[in-house]
Design a protein around this ligand. Structure first.
Ligand SMILES: [Zn+2]
Ligand SMILES: [Zn+2]
Length: 276
């Protein structure tokens, strides 16, 4: 299923990683915990690390790109401290000893004190120079951790929105490795609503019209040409596709949460009780 990867979604921006299958209400949803390699003239930056299970795939994809002459890995930018985004961080820093971790680097030193000297704070407006292009930290409009930053490639105007534009795809329809506009049978408002329901619980209690307006403002201000979400398929026609994702976010906000987990009685410690 990963045979379309690494896929160049904009010049010098490579989509890498693999799908993750999840069961929900009798259906199998495929989602991505993707990573992206942004290649400059002198350095490359890995954006996100993929799910921990994906590290062998991500490492293989990166090595394929380096063998093709892509500039060496000098930076790792992760949008936030959640497993599908940063779960391979320790292995990336170990495997690529020149790589510097960038972003809001809160707490990572607690897990990896040996790499604390390779962690560099970024705030909105800070840039990583890759030679001929930069990765800029920008406003994280849709996020579930306070520490989130989104990334933006200044040369090809690619937005890396972490948990923004999150939606699953249909494996049976051959969507794996396609961009959103190629996955013609994908019901984008529906899969966006399902993802918001399961993973972005706070959207039930927020005015999503205001968040969608803010997204439009950010896209307009930056002149975004391509969107490279961690969980959704990449968006190459911003004007046509973004409104469909926004429709899903707005629809999901209007209905009660459908419950994330199977109904299993919990013990006091939040651990499923053993079957009686
Ligand atoms: Zn996420
Ligand atoms: Zn898939």
């Amino acid at each position: 299923m990963a045979n379309r990867m690494p896929r160049e979604i904009a010049p010098g921006v490579f989509w890498i990683g693999d799908c993750l299958a999840q069961r929900h209400k009798g259906k199998i949803y495929h989602g991505y915990n993707a990573a992206f390699l942004v290649a400059g003239e002198t350095a490359s930056c890995l954006v996100e690390t993929g799910h921990p299970k994906d590290f062998p795939v991500i490492e293989r994809h990166m090595n394929e790109l380096f063998a093709r002459g892509v500039a060496p890995l000098k930076y790792l930018f992760v949008t936030h401290q959640e497993t599908p985004h940063c779960g391979g961080l320790g292995r990336v820093l170990k495997t690529f000893p020149d790589a510097i971790l960038c972003g809001d680097v809160s707490d990572y030193h607690l897990a990896f004190p040996q790499y604390e000297h390779r962690m560099r704070w970024m705030q909105e407006g800070d840039e990583i120079d890759l030679g001929g292009r930069s990765l800029l930290a920008v406003e994280p409009v849709i996020r579930d951790l306070r520490t989130t930053w989104w990334g933006f490639d200044t040369r090809e105007r690619v937005l890396f929105p972490g948990d923004g534009f999150a939606y699953s795809h249909y494996h049976q329809d051959g969507h794996c490795g396609l961009v959103a506009e190629e996955a013609v049978s994908l019901d984008l408002p529906d899969v966006s609503a399902v993802f918001a329901d399961l993973a972005l619980f706070w959207t039930k209690f927020a005015d999503m019209d205001a968040y969608c307006d803010r997204l439009d403002h950010l896209i307009e201000r930056l002149g975004v040409k391509t969107i490279a979400p961690t969980h959704g398929l990449p968006i190459t026609d911003v004007k046509a596709t973004v409104p469909k994702v926004q429709a899903g976010l707005k629809a999901a906000a209007l209905v009660p949460e459908s419950s994330t987990n199977e109904k299993v009685p919990l013990t006091g410690a939040g651990v499923p009780a053993p079957a009686a």
